[in-house]
Design a protein around this ligand. Structure first.
Ligand code: FES
Length: 360
């Protein structure tokens, strides 16, 4: 390898002890004059440096590892298409599919890393080098030398010459992004209106989460909080997705503590039932469950980024990154005294960014 003026190989053993060997330099002497430079130990050549057969063997090992990496990618792809989770949604299928995908992709990435390390340790140059400190921007000559070092490095790495290794690496890397393509495919179609709709509609009973028992208005005492799901959620074909939109908090406060709304929103002033208010539990920032209720201040807090919603102002945001109030669910009671929705949410629950470009 061609040396730059600021770079020295150590093939000839210790040879850098010349800078400042005076350990007994008087106090105040320049720091680099107080310590002996120990230099570097003699360079030890690897078997692959001196034995062409060993180098050839290492070359075969590296390319074999890269090819095995490609096998891992193929296992991922076979697992993805042979074990679809659309048809069989059982937990066992999900676990098997996840394991095969994870092992395949992990194996592929791991072996590319192992192949690169083995290549570097056995075949790439391993000269010890010293680069003396200097101004951050080198002279034009030094910059030219640096480019030459890189070009020499490329040359010495053998990537241009060792075509088997290069091509097997290119092959392994070329198919490695394919799993990303199929994973992006799993993100599914754009949501359309699905996020604007939930199981709440007129007459649907409010039930306790998770046991699904209905709630009487008389059960909701002042200061208590109920975590609520719509009746019939468990019979839904997508209960988890529906719950993510329909989860509600039920809280009772003194009606006179709540500031009345005005103008177009005044219609919402009777969306409570005798001081019992139902609000979406899904934070309008990025969708964490709003789970903390401060009884004294009537504040609801989201634990993720501390958005705070004021119940006395119809869950208006008074702190944090959320940009709009929690949607209110209008409620009343049915003939048996159970709390029911008197209509759907007036706007989509959850993060505001879903609403970009759509009218609320
Ligand atoms: S998700 Fe609630 S504050 Fe961020």
């Amino acid at each position: 390898m061609k040396d730059s003026p600021t770079t020295e190989h150590n093939d000839a053993g210790p040879s850098h002890g010349g800078v400042g060997t005076d350990l007994a330099a008087p106090e105040g002497a320049a720091l680099d004059n107080r310590f002996a430079n120990p230099g570097l130990p003699a360079h030890r050549y690897r078997t692959t440096d001196i034995d062409p057969a060993a180098a050839k063997r290492a070359e075969r090992q590296v390319s074999t590892i890269f090819l095995l990496s490609a096998v891992g990618t193929l296992v991922f792809l076979v697992g993805y298409f042979a074990l679809p989770i659309d048809d069989d949604k059982s937990l066992g299928r999900l676990q098997l599919s996840t394991m095969v995908l994870g092992l395949g992709l992990g194996f592929a990435i791991f072996l590319i890393g192992i192949g690169l390390v083995h290549w570097a340790k056995t075949l790439m140059p391993d000269h010890e080098q010293i680069e003396l400190r200097h101004d951050i921007r080198g002279t034009d000559e030094e910059r030219r030398d640096a480019s030459n070092i890189i070009l020499d490095g490329v040359e010495e790495s053998g990537i241009m010459r060792r075509t088997v290794i290069r091509n097997s690496l290119i092959g392994a890397m070329a198919i490695l992004p394919i799993p990303a393509v199929v994973l992006f495919r799993d993100l599914g179609p754009l949501p359309g209106t699905v996020l604007r709709e939930s199981l709440w509609e007129e007459g649907v009973r409010l039930t306790r989460d998770p046991d699904g028992t209905p709630i009487r208005a008389a059960d909701v005492t002042f200061g208590s909080v109920f975590h609520v799901i719509p009746d019939g959620l468990s019979e839904s074909s997508h209960p988890i997705e529906e719950k993510a939109k329909a989860a509600v908090l039920l809280i009772r406060i003194q009606p006179e503590d709540v500031q009345p709304l005005e103008g177009d929103l005044a219609v919402r002033n009777d969306w409570d039932y005798d001081g019992i208010y139902a609000y979406s539990k899904i934070c309008t920032h990025v969708g964490c469950p709003v789970a903390l209720y401060e009884q004294q201040t009537h504040h609801l807090l989201c634990p993720c980024h501390q958005s705070t919603f004021d119940l006395t102002q119809h869950c208006k945001v008074i702190f944090g990154p959320a940009k709009r109030p929690l949607p209110q669910l209008p409620i009343t009671v049915d003939g048996e005294g159970y709390l029911v929705a008197s209509g759907p949410f007036p706007e989509p629950p959850g993060p505001s960014y879903w609403e970009r470009g759509a009218s609320a």
